[in-house]
Design a protein. Sequence first.
Length: 428
Amino acid sequence: MNYADELVRRSSRVFTPALHLYYPIAVSRGHGTGVYAADGKKYLDFTSGLAVLNIGHNHPRVVASAKEQMESMIHTGGIYYNETTVAAAEKLVSITPEGLDMLFFSNSGAEAVEGAIKLARYVTERQGIISFTRAFHGRTLGALSVTTSTAAYRRRYHPLLPSVYQVPYPYCFRCPYRQTSSHCDMCCIHELEETLKHRIPAEETAAVLIEPFLGEGGYFPAPRGFLKALRKLCDRHGILLIFDEVQSGMGRTGCWFAADHAGVAPDIMTVAKGIASGFPLSAVVAKRALMEKWPSGAHGTTFGGNPVSCAASIATIDTITEEKLLGTALSRGASLMERLTRTIGGHPLVGQVRGFGYMVGIEFVTCDGFPNGSACEEVLAHCLASGLILIGCGPERHVIRFIPPLNVTEEELEAGLATLEEGVSKLS
Ligand SMILES: Cc1ncc(COP(=O)(O)O)c(C=O)c1O
């Protein structure tokens, strides 16, 4: 038995099968876009460690900042103040949409979503939360209550949070109302109005929660017009608008946040994943007027705002800024979209190539247009065998997420694209 198989075997003896790992590769080292298996094989990691390593594995600046911080102070535990944690908060609010200038640090995306829901309920004194079918917001019970990317995640966990309602995500490629981009009556917005009319009144609705760029549910950006209409609807009814930017944030789309593409600012935003290049950190960021209504003790944390994670976060934001990685992702992302549309977009089993920056989804379809998980799986297997790690998403696992680090080199990008194109060309 080789080392990787042996590690998988040992892992299966100590970890519950509930913990799902994508591939049986035992990695011992990561640098930039590359990860190295224990047997020496190099892989290109175009998953960015599940949309976390936006400046690649072990960026030297992140490593140096974290090491330096570790020498002086590792943990504060909510007992005292520390320069690095405050500086990281100041840095984060300097890049979030205008008006979002106060935050609460926690450790994971789900925890940030929990915080956002609690904040919305607390400050509005309303119970209702509306989220979108297909959305993924995390697996803790509150976050799971607003997650509907697949029923498998919710199986046997009911009852979940009460007063939570779902309306269809504007997943226009499979429009729930069978409309087209040239004929769209914004039925998704009307459905929200209907929900407020029939299921929960506006005055009892605390917030509408949405991923401005749907992640796990199928890599689909909500149309700009929809997000603008959603903002208006929330304003009209005094409902808070929460954007979950856990996956789409921190430069992934070529803007700091996906919402920036639409020019729409939420009242509350959740950030995690790419915020600290792999160190556990997340944040609920909100308007000062809301945060100031959340009194001492209404929420709390032991590890949130860990100084080492915060040092890594500062280094991450500085690197993206100084190396102008947003601009690079935006322009190279546009070229790669154009290329993929040309090279694989016409394949009968490729339904759509979509996204911006380095957040690209490739949806596979059957000849009849249904989600095609097996074609997607075939391409992923080809890529893996060729040394390119990519993963899928969507309820049928029929969409490839193409998410290299923002600082992927041109050569690596070319190699990844060529492998992907070859995988698609082999589909029968
Ligand atoms: C949009 C979104 N929200 C929340 C989460 C949950 O984050 P975590 O796994 O860190 O709890 C995820 C994770 O994939 C996500 O994509």
